[in-house]
Design a binder for this molecule. Structure first.
Ligand code: G3I
Length: 316
């Protein structure tokens, strides 16, 4: 049977997975499985915490390894993420820094990392999760230090350091039409009006507990496309309430994956990335034990799940 990569290549779309450096180094089965996708995102290796063991050191080893894998296997490579409030290094205790120091630190970070991977990273999640769940910009060290203009600035620095890369705003809980995606729509519209070099919006699509309606996702994709932006599904996984999952949940999950790929693609989204290579590597069991533990396309033993087959079937 064809792999996801075969059918994705044939259809000129990208189906990807988030990946980590250690299993690429250590596990040949993981490497083989990762090659079944034609796109890859660095799940953690390019975030500020993992990249910067101390204030004056950048440790690019893991990021470089994933970049090299993507290059060798001719995969579309998503960089994740230049500016986030989470996974900050331990030494970066915001109240120990003045606003001015934080501004210098972020600018240096964005320029250095975007510059390092210029030519490797096709698309950067420049700013991740800047909108608060209850509206407005999230309170972060970056908002404190710069005010709202940190987003515009980050896109500007990234563009200068990696002029070829596509630059995205990425967020969760904004997959369909809702208050949060309305707010992101306003946010990126404003950026476009100001001439900020933004190319697209990433919808994470962590479909947890009660998956969002695919028609609403399609409608949401269309409105961003109408602004002239690209839209990608960047961190997809599908997990149900563990206590009360749907009967035969792997089949229900497969139908959902298939419907999302189909409708997103019809709406003009050509890239869908699953948040992990196989169920063995999902973040979900580590973070939320109320969810089913098999949210991805390959199972713990790297065998194809109904969801994998459903996408292959759709695209064949
Ligand atoms: O690498 C260290 C390891 O050295 C250490 O021994 C171990 C002990 O806990 O921790 C390891 O780091 C963990 C890392 O994942 C790698 O497994 C971190 O503690 C843990 O916080 C980190 O979690 C990541 C999470 O982002 C951080 O918020 C998840 O893997 C990653 O999947 C998740 O991804 C985010 C996206 O970036 C943004 N959108 C939401 C998504 C899910 O939360």
């Amino acid at each position: 049977a064809p792999t996801l990569r075969d059918v994705a290549d044939d259809n000129d779309i990208r189906i990807g997975a988030a990946a980590a450096a250690d299993p690429i180094r250590e596990d040949f089965q993981y490497r083989d499985a990762l090659r079944e996708y034609n796109a890859v995102t660095a799940e953690n290796a390019m975030k500020i915490g993992p990249l910067r063991p101390d204030e004056h050191t950048y440790d690019f080893e893991d990021g470089d390894l994933i970049a090299e894998f993507a290059r060798e296997h001719d995969m579309y490579f998503r960089g994740h993420t230049l500016v986030w409030h989470n996974q900050l290094p331990e030494w970066l205790v915001p109240f120990q820094y003045t606003d001015r120091e934080l501004r210098r630190l972020l600018e240096d970070h964005v320029r250095t990392v975007a510059g390092r991977y210029a030519g490797d990273v096709d698309t950067w999640d420049v700013v991740n999760e800047a909108v608060a769940d209850d509206g407005g910009l999230r309170e972060t060290p970056w908002l404190r230090a710069f005010g709202e203009e940190y987003l515009d600035k980050a896109f500007g620095w990234a563009h200068q350091s990696a002029p070829e890369a596509d630059l995205f705003y990425n967020d969760y809980g904004a997959d369909g039409i809702n208050d949060k995606s309305d707010e992101i729509y306003e946010l990126v519209s404003g950026m476009l009006d100001r001439g900020v070099p933004i190319d697209g919006v990433g919808l994470q699509l962590h479909a947890l507990h009660d998956p969002v309606d695919p028609d609403s996702v399609a409608e949401n994709i269309e409105r961003f496309k109408d602004l002239g932006l690209a839209v990608e599904i960047t961190e997809m996984d599908v997990a149900y309430t563990a206590e009360d999952p749907p009967e035969d949940h792997l089949t229900v999950q497969a139908d959902y994956y298939r419907e999302i790929v189909e409708k997103a693609n019809e709406a003009g989204c050509d890239t869908i990335v699953a948040w992990g290579v196989s169920d063995q590597h999902s973040w979900i069991p580590h973070f939320d034990d109320t969810l089913t533990e098999d949210p991805l396309l390959l199972d713990d033993s790297y065998d194809r799940k109904p969801a994998y087959d459903a996408i292959v079937d759709l695209l064949s």
